[in-house]
Design a protein around this ligand. Structure first.
Ligand code: SAH
Length: 249
């Protein structure tokens, strides 16, 4: 199950942090590291700090955008050290890991991405708005930002703990969508194409003014991501948007 968890590090500056993150992952049995435009990689510092987790580094995938990193994932969780302007469904690491494990053990879900931000300013709002949930590690409010690899360690530990516990516990809760979908939850890439299509149509029908977008797209993203649409629902919405385009033409 843990092989299907992607740890995504966005625009990491210090390669030592990549090495420490690889070590943190391997200690918890995670192996899939995806790096979005790292400043320096491969790097000697990363190898040294990985303390032998070089297999994680060797197998790391380097991509240029977050969209590529989360392509194919049906659950995307973004981490944040601070509260953002537009609140998003927020979980603590334990809840996020429980959710991820629940979905990974169901039929409907294939891969999960946990996304981590830059050392200096975390994830941008646009990046966070590609995630279904946000996770905040409940730190000291006066000193809330952990080192990047330390944050990876906390989430990786919770993932491991949740995956071990899931073998022992019988889930007595009501079935969750993540485990009883009849159709697979939509992937991050299909969902992103839906948002692009939606934005285009909203501009075409002059509901969205690209000069003054306000938070319209962020709010619609939040609404749709909260609903966790499946493959068919995304297709239906795309078809609906195409029909609007045709009728407007
Ligand atoms: N100064 C940055 C903090 C970046 S810390 C900011 O204000 O956003 C680098 C990364 O570590 C963050 O992007 C996040 O992925 C992770 N991280 C650090 N502290 C965290 C916390 N308390 N909760 C969740 N993630 C955290």
């Amino acid at each position: 199950m843990l092989d299907r968890v992607r740890i995504v590090l966005v625009h990491t500056t210090l390669s030592a942090n990549i090495g420490s993150a690889a070590r943190a992952m391997k200690t918890m049995g995670l192996s899939r590291l995806v790096l979005v435009a790292p400043k320096e990689f491969p790097s000697e510092d990363a190898v040294v700090l990985s303390s032998g987790a070089t297999d994680v580094l060797d197998n790391a995938e380097v991509v240029s955008t977050l969209d590529e990193a989360i392509a194919g994932c049906r659950l995307v969780v973004g981490t944040s050290a601070r509260q953002r302007h537009l609140p998003w469904p927020l979980l603590n690491p334990r809840e996020a890991a429980a959710q991820a494990v629940k979905e990974l053990s169901g039929e409907g879900q294939d891969e999960v991405a946990l996304v981590f931000g830059r050392e200096d300013r975390g994830l941008t709002n646009d990046e966070l708005h590609k995630c279904h949930y946000h996770v905040h590690i409940p730190t000291n409010p006066d000193f809330s930002s952990l080192n990047l690899a330390a944050a990876v360690q906390v989430l990786a530990y919770e993932m491991r703990f949740a995956s071990l516990s899931s073998r022992e516990t019988v889930d007595e809760e009501a079935p969750h969508w993540g485990v009883c979908w009849d159709v697979k939850g939509a992937t991050a890439d299909d969902t992103e194409r839906l948002f692009e299509h939606l934005e285009k149509v909203l501009i075409d029908v002059e509901f969205l003014d690209p000069e003054k977008p306000r938070h319209l797209m962020s709010r619609l993203r939040r609404l749709i991501l909260r609903a966790r649409p499946d493959d068919i629902e995304v297709n239906v919405l795309r078809g609906f948007l195409s029909a609007i385009e045709k009728s407007v033409r």
